[in-house]
Ligand binder design. Structure first.
Ligand SMILES: Nc1ncnc2c1ncn2[C@@H]1O[C@H](COP(=O)(O)OP(=O)(O)O)[C@@H](O)[C@H]1O
Ligand SMILES: [Mg+2]
Length: 251
């Protein structure tokens, strides 16, 4: 008889009692959370509750005040620069204000991480850039400047850049912000494809209810810098927590 062993999900990102802030001002209080492999974990909460701050501390754009942050099971809070860079080379990041460089083409933007972190030949870089842009259905924009693209197209190009190095883990901050409902839905489908076809695990910050409904496997709900709830989307909606109910009601 074959025994089926219940497989425990692999945790790719976790914090324990993370405290963080800016200057003297504390923003995050004892945040303990985890995000698992092959899942989309959405960090939710009203504007100003600390979602972006959490994301930035997860990748040490800011140095946490105290507590633990693990990525791929490695403690990153006290890593030196080369060690941290080796970890971050395996992490894609899509920031809210997508920050494509405006003076260079879409193809050159997508090539940036490849040039920074690999010593691949020019022709190989060109091929990889084309593959990544095709993946996000932007192959026809190779030689365009970001200013020639619509908002949704810029997000796609930024996504192609974020996955240029085939990261197993992707962080996105408000990927659908500023997009109309149709374009948001398209981008969400693309994010789902990243999970399902490419096997990328995704941590996404959002306060966009329609988008969360479409993509989130798990949620982490922040309230004034504290974790109010973490679990599946379904559990969150039936937990009977006032702030969460309000969040889903008001969008
Ligand atoms: N670079 C910064 N310096 C100082 N305060 C900041 C900075 N970034 C954000 N804050 C403050 O931290 C709080 C949380 O912000 P943020 O993490 O951006 O919230 P959210 O992403 O949930 O909207 C806000 O009060 C904001 O004003
Ligand atoms: Mg934010």
């Amino acid at each position: 008889m074959i025994m089926k062993i219940a497989s425990k999900s692999t945790v790719l990102v976790s914090t324990q009692d993370l405290c963080a802030g800016y200057g003297e001002e504390q923003i995050l209080y004892d945040v303990s959370m985890e995000a698992c492999k092959h899942e989309i974990t959405a960090i939710l909460g009203t504007s100003g509750c600390g979602k972006t701050t959490l994301l930035k501390n997860l990748i040490r754009l800011f140095q946490p005040w105290s507590g633990s942050v693990k990525i791929f099971n490695e403690e990153i809070t006290d890593m030196d620069e080369p060690e941290l860079n080796a970890i971050l080379a395996r992490v894609g990041v899509l920031f809210q204000y997508g920050a494509l460089l405006n003076s260079i083409t879409v193809a050159e933007n997508v090539a940036i991480p490849l040039r920074q972190h690999t010593d691949l030949s020019e022709s190989m870089i060109e091929r990889l850039v084309r593959i990544k842009l095709d993946l996000v259905e932007m192959g026809h924009t190779l030689s365009k400047l970001p200013s020639e693209l619509s908002g949704g197209m810029r997000k796609r190009a930024a996504l192609a850049r974020a996955i240029a190095l085939d990261p197993p883990l992707l962080f996105c901050d408000e990927p659908t912000s500023g997009l109309d409902p149709m374009t948001s839905a398209d981008l969400d489908h693309l994010i789902l494809r990243m999970r399902d076809d490419l096997g990328i695990s995704i941590v996404v910050v959002s306060h966009h209810v329609a988008s969360i409904d479409r993509i989130a496997d798990k949620i982490i709900f922040l309230d004034n810098g504290r974790v109010l709830f973490q679990g599946s989307l379904k559990e969150a909606k039936s937990a009977g927590i006032k702030q969460i109910d309000e969040f889903f009601r008001n969008g």
